[in-house]
Design a binder for this molecule. Structure first.
Ligand code: HEC
Length: 137
């Protein structure tokens, strides 16, 4: 399981936990989520999780579904499909910095600037590239 998938699922648990606990003991719920994280074999640190939760930042998976999936799930206009190792291999060979740059700046003619995620920071976009590359290995 990749770090991001773990992070996404833990964040989902936090969100679900907070929703369930709206009238209950939130601190206890958060503590339990922390326990789940510590028990995980390949888990992001709790401080990173707290930052994500506190900033209210959208998860990598949510950003992917919102902005990238439209083209990358089906391969619109030659977009390398999600988790398609053959399609991604020549792109990965260009190096991560090139992929980050073509995502942030766009890659004419069909890959739009920021992959159409205009609420994404450069770091959010890099995390999306990491997520897509990890899925295609
Ligand atoms: C409108 C459709 C579309 C959307 C939306 C889109 N992409 Fe793409 N993407 C493409 C196409 C088409 C290519 C292939 C471009 C080419 O090689 O000519 C591509 C290529 C890429 C590449 C490889 C770049 C390279 O240098 O080879 C990355 C990385 C990428 N997209 C990431 C993303 C991310 C991250 C998002 C969401 C934030 C996203 N894309 C959203 C169409 C899209």
């Amino acid at each position: 399981m990749t770090k991001y998938k773990v992070l996404v699922s833990v964040v989902s648990i936090i969100i679900a936990g907070l929703a369930i606990a709206s009238s209950g003991d939130i601190a206890e719920r958060i503590k339990r989520v922390g326990d789940v994280c510590i028990e995980g074999a390949d888990c992001a640190s709790t401080s990173a999780l707290t930052m994500v939760a506190a900033s209210g930042g959208a998860s990598v998976e949510a950003n992917f579904n919102k902005s990238c999936a439209t083209c990358h799930n089906v391969g619109v206009a030659g977009a390398p499909k999600f988790a398609d190792a053959t399609a991604w291999a020549p792109r990965i060979a260009k190096g991560m910095d090139t992929l980050y740059a073509s995502t942030i700046n766009g890659l004419p003619p069909a890959m739009p600037q920021k992959g159409m995620c205009f609420s994404c920071s450069d770091d959010d976009l890099k995390a999306l590239v990491d997520y897509m590359v990890a899925a295609a290995k």
